[in-house]
Design a protein around this ligand. Structure first.
Ligand code: AGP
Length: 631
C-alpha cells in the first residue's frame, strides 16, 4: 500500500521526507514523489517511477528548499506505475499539491462532474480527482483550505489518508483519513505526518493516531501570534494543531507515547511479515471486495467480467494456469466455476502447460493467477495461449506487472504488497476474486439459482469477521504446534473445495519449516498413503461440516485405528470429529464454496508456529524467492 510522509517545522523538510520514504519502503511501492514550499513561497513537485533513490537522483539538481513538505511512495491502484500517476498531484491551478493512500470508489462520478466544470486531468488516478474537487470546492464555496477539504471528503466514498499543501499558506499542513492509517508525530517546534510511525520514531515518541473521518490542521506561523488554532503544547514557537471531523466537529487531540522499535514498527508490531499478513486478511479481504461486493444491493460487480461478459458466457472451456499457491487458488476456482457456471475447467501448472503443446482454441478463456504478476512460467503460458487466440484474464496483486499488462482483462486483488515469501493474504484474495467471478458467470448464465447467489454474496460480506474468529485461536495453535516440531513428514487431507486447501497447507509447512508434507484427497488414503500412517507422521484433516463430511469422518477413523495423530479443522460445535481427533481448530459455519477462506487460516498459523519454533527464517525461507521470474 502507499506510504505518506509530511513535515512542518523549522528544519529543512526535504532530507526528513526522503528519509521517511526510505523508512516506508518495506510497504512496497512502484513510484515516489515529494512536494515542498520553498522560502519564496514556490510549490515544487518532483516525482519518479521506481525507487526512492531514483527520486533522489532526479531531484539532486533541483530546488528542494523549504521547511514544509509532503512525500509519497505509490502502490498503484488506479493507473499504471509511471511518473504522471505518481504522487503528489497538483490541482488545476498548481496552487495545491496532494498525496493519498487508499481507493476512492466514486472517483469516476466525481471526475465527470469536474470535467463538466471544465477541469482537465493529467493522470489516471483517483487522487488527482480529489485535489481538483478540493480546489473546486474552495473556489466555488469561497472557503479556506481546511473547510474545502472537509466538504470535499463528505462527497468521497472509499478509503483515504491524505496530506495537502497550499502554496498560498506555506505555514499550514492539512491531512485527513478514513480507512487508511495516519499518524502525527509531535516534536520540539516541528510536526511529522506518516502512514505509520516508522518515519517518526527517530524524532519523537509523542504521537496522535488520527481516527476515521478526522481532519488535522497543523500551523507553524512564520511570525508570532495564533493562526486561529489552539496551541497544542508550549508557547508560540511550537505551532498549533487542530483536529475536527469532516463535519467540522472539534476533537480533542489524544497524545500517545510510542513504545515500538523501528524494526517492530515495520512489521506492525508482529515478529514477522508473514504473521502480520496472516492477521491482515480480514482487512485485506474487505479492501479486495470494496466496490465489488455490495451486500446491501445483494450484488457483485466485477468490471473485468462486465466488460467481457460474452467471452465468458460463450466459453467452451476455461483453462486456469498458475504456480504454487496461486495454482491452489485455481483448483478451488475449478470447483466453483464448474458448480455455478457449468463450464469445464482445466487447472494447469504453468511450467507444464507452456511446454506440453496443449490444444488451445479461440473460444477458450485462460485465467492466469499470479500474486507478483512476474512469474516466468505463467507469463510464458499466457503468451502461448494469446498466440493461439485465447482470451486472457488475469488475477494479480501488482498493478501494471507483466502478466496483467499482457492480459486482455483481469481483476486486481488489492491486498497491498505481500512481503513474506509464503503467500497468505494474496491467496485468500485470489480465492475471493475467483469466487466472485464464478458467481457472476453463473448468475449471468442462469446456471446459478438466484437464492443461492444471494446467500453466497451475503455470506461473502461476513467472511472478514469470521476470519477474525479463527485468528482468535492463534495462541492455542501456537501452543500445540510446539508438539509437532519433531515430525519429519506430515500428510494433509481434504475433500471437495478443501482438497486444494490440504495442498496449500502442506505447501505452507514445507516452504517455511522445511518439514516434508503432502496434500492428498482424503479418499486417496486407501490407495497407498495409509501405509505411511504412524505416530511419527501427523495428519492434518480439513473437515468442515459440509459436502462429504461423513466420508471425511470415516477417513479420520481409519487413521486413528492405525495410531495416527490427527489435527482436524472442524466447524464450530462439531461433536464427532472433536471426539476422535487429537487436536481440533474450529471455524465458523459458512457456505461450502467459502470454507477454504476459513479452513486455510489455521493451516497458515500452524505452519508459521512450527517454523518459528524450529528457528527457521519465516519471511525469507532458504532457496526461495518471492517471485520466480526465471525458469
Ligand atoms: C507460495 O507461498 C509460494 N511463495 C509460491 O508457491 C508462489 O505462490 C508461486 O511462486 C507463484 O507466485 P505468483 O503467485 O507470484 O505467480
Amino acid at each position: 500500500m502507499c506510504g505518506i510522509v509530511g513535515y512542518i517545522g523549522r528544519r529543512a523538510a526535504y532530507p526528513i521526507l526522503i528519509k521517511g520514504l526510505h523508512r516506508l519502503e518495506y510497504r512496497g511501492y512502484d513510484s515516489a514523489g515529494v512536494a515542498l514550499i520553498n522560502e519564496q513561497g514556490k510549490l515544487n513537485v518532483y516525482k519518479a517511477k521506481g525507487k526512492v533513490s531514483q527520486l533522489e537522483a532526479y531531484a539532486a539538481d533541483k530546488d528542494t528548499g523549504g521547511t514544509i513538505g509532503i512525500a509519497h511512495t505509490r502502490w498503484a491502484t488506479h493507473g499504471e506505475p509511471n511518473t504522471v500517476n505518481a504522487h503528489p498531484h497538483y490541482s488545476e491551478s498548481e496552487r495545491l499539491a496532494i498525496i493519498h493512500n487508499g481507493i476512492i470508489e466514486n472517483y469516476a462520478v466525481l471526475k465527470a462532474g469536474l470535467q463538466q466544470e471544465g477541469y482537465t486531468f493529467k493522470s489516471e488516478t483517483d487522487t488527482e480527482v480529489l485535489v481538483q474537487l478540493i480546489e473546486y470546492t474552495q473556489l466555488n464555496k469561497h472557503v479556506d483550505l481546511k473547510t474545502a477539504v472537509q466538504l470535499a471528503l463528505q462527497q468521497v466514498i472509499g478509503a483515504y489518508a491524505i496530506a495537502i499543501l497550499d502554496k498560498d499558506h506555506p505555514d499550514t499542513l492539512i491531512a485527513a483519513r478514513k480507512g487508511s492509517p495516519l499518524v502525527v508525530g509531535i516534536g520540539e517546534g516541528e510536526y511529522f505526518l506518516a502512514s505509520d510511525a516508522t518515519p517518526i520514531v527517530e524524532y519523537t515518541d509523542q504521537v496522535i493516531y488520527i481516527e476515521d473521518e478526522e481532519v488535522v490542521s497543523i500551523c507553524m506561523p512564520a511570525t508570532s501570534g495564533s493562526a486561529g488554532l489552539p496551541p497544542l503544547r508550549g508557547g508560540q514557537g511550537e505551532g498549533f494543531l487542530n483536529i475536527t471531523t469532516i463535519n467540522n466537529v472539534e476533537k480533542t487531540p489524544e497524545i500517545k507515547r510510542l513504545e515500538l522499535s523501528l524494526s517492530q514498527l515495520e512489521k506492525g508490531g508482529y515478529p514477522h511479515f508473514m504473521l502480520k499478513e496472516i492477521f491482515e486478511q480480514p482487512r485485506t479481504l474487505t479492501d479486495s471486495m470494496r466496490g465489488r461486493v455490495n451486500v446491501r444491493q445483494d450484488n457483485i460487480a466485477l468490471s473485468g467480467f462486465i466488460d467481457n461478459k460474452d467471452r465468458f458466457l460463450n466459453a467452451k472451456r476455461i483453462i486456469i494456469t498458475a504456480c504454487g499457491t496461486s495454482w491452489h487458488a485455481g483448483l478451488i476456482a475449478m470447483y466453483a466455476i464448474e458448480e455455478f457456471a457449468q463450464i469445464p475447467v482445466e487447472v494447469e501448472y504453468s511450467s507444464e502447460f507452456r511446454y506440453r503443446k496443449p490444444v488451445i482454441n479461440k473460444d477458450d478463456v485462460v485465467i492466469a493467477i499470479s500474486q507478483s504478476g512476474e512469474t516466468a512460467d505463467t507469463l510464458a503460458a499466457i503468451q502461448l495461449a494469446k498466440s493461439k487466440g485465447a482470451f486472457i484474464f488475469s488475477i494479480c496483486n501488482v498493478i501494471g506487472a507483466s502478466i496483467p499488462r499482457l492480459s486482455d482483462s483481469g481483476c486486481y486483488t488489492h491486498v497491498g504488497p505481500e512481503i513474506g515469501v509464503a503467500s497468505t493474504k494474496a491467496f485468500t484474495a485470489q480465492v475471493v476474486a475467483l469466487t466472485m467471478l464464478a458467481l457472476c458467470i453463473g448468475r449471468e448464465k442462469g446456471t446459478l439459482a438466484p437464492d443461492q447467489y444471494l446467500r453466497i454474496v451475503r455470506e461473502l460480506g461476513q467472511i472478514p469477521d469470521k476470519i477474525e474468529r479463527v485468528l482468535s485461536q492463534n495462541k492455542r495453535i501456537a501452543d500445540f504446534a510446539k508438539t509437532f516440531t519433531y515430525a519429519q513428514n506430515f500428510i494433509y487431507l481434504g475433500r471437495g473445495y478443501n482438497y486444494p486447501v490440504a495442498l496449500e497447507g502442506a505447501l505452507k509447512l514445507k516452504e517455511i519449516s522445511y518439514i516434508h508434507a503432502e496434500g492428498y484427497p482424503a479418499a486417496e488414503m486407501k490407495h497407498g498413503p495409509i501405509a505411511l500412517i504412524s505416530q511419527e507422521m501427523p495428519v492434518v484433516v480439513v473437515a468442515p461440516h459440509c459436502g462429504t463430511y461423513e466420508k471425511v469422518v470415516s477417513n479420520i477413523q481409519e487413521i486413528k485405528a492405525r495410531k495416527g495423530r490427527v489435527i482436524a479443522v472442524v466447524t464450530e460445535g462439531d461433536e464427532v470429529v472433536s471426539k476422535i481427533a487429537d487436536y481440533t481448530i474450529e471455524i465458523p459455519e459458512t457456505e461450502e464454496c467459502l470454507t477454504p477462506l476459513l479452513t486455510v487460516i489455521p493451516l497458515q498459523l500452524l505452519a508459521y508456529h512450527i517454523a518459528v519454533v524450529k528457528g527457521c527464517d519465516v519471511d525469507q525461507p532458504r532457496n526461495l524467492a518471492k517471485s520466480v521470474t526465471v525458469e
